[in-house]
Design a protein around this ligand. Sequence first.
Ligand code: SF4
Length: 270
Amino acid sequence: MSLEVSPSAQAPEYARPARLRRPTRAARTGASPFDPDESPLGRTRRARRMARELAVIHPDAHCELDFTNAFELLVATVLSAQTTDKMVNKVTPRLFARYPDAVALAGADRTELEEILKPTGFFRAKSNSVLGLSQALVERFDGEVPGRMADLVTLPGVGRKTANVVLGNAFGVPGLTVDTHFGRLVRRFGWTEESDPVKVETEIAELIPKKEWTDFSHRVIFHGRRVCHAKKAACGACGLAQWCPSFGIGPTDPESALKLVKTPSASDTE
Ligand code: SF4
């Protein structure tokens, strides 16, 4: 499906023309898109319908951090705070060539480590995190990354978000990754009113089948990066428009909306 746009504009595959309709009440008035009168069954059905559509819109959604094992993914996820996955991917080849496992990284020279991590920002704090993390892995887990949530969250600097990324992508254990995009989108979808990431995770876990959690997280994050941006949502080019109670918080006409849609190469900026 392609948008009708001027010949000069090329619509990415994931840009879909919204069915023309008025902005929703929430979009017009700034009210919460969460409808307390929507039944749990109705909300679950709507959520699953939207989740199926997300799978069609973003068939390529995946973890955008490069890694070859659980240790690399854990460290890369910690480094991805406050920077882009692309920047982390530029730094980690050198990092893992120098320090290939927890034992090596636990014994790293701090000055050298900080120099490697500098491009990711907050490099002193991140050096502390990965040193502490590696030391804990060596001391308590024989240098191996544990494959259980209960163990992962005991590691310094590892919360449920990071743990779910590692479990979902390195261990095949389904996990919901509640990052800034995920939280913003599921609130705009009217699936939850919660802002606390753990409460968001609990509520969304009730709506989406467990086996889909990891892929679903990637698709929501892709949609947040490419279409449903924090400041200017591309509502008129959004394939979820007909089910979304926030439709109209951004431009609703396809041509204006399409200009807001980011290409994959430009989408890793938030
Ligand atoms: S872009 Fe607009 S219609 Fe699409 S999910 Fe975001 S708020 Fe809803």
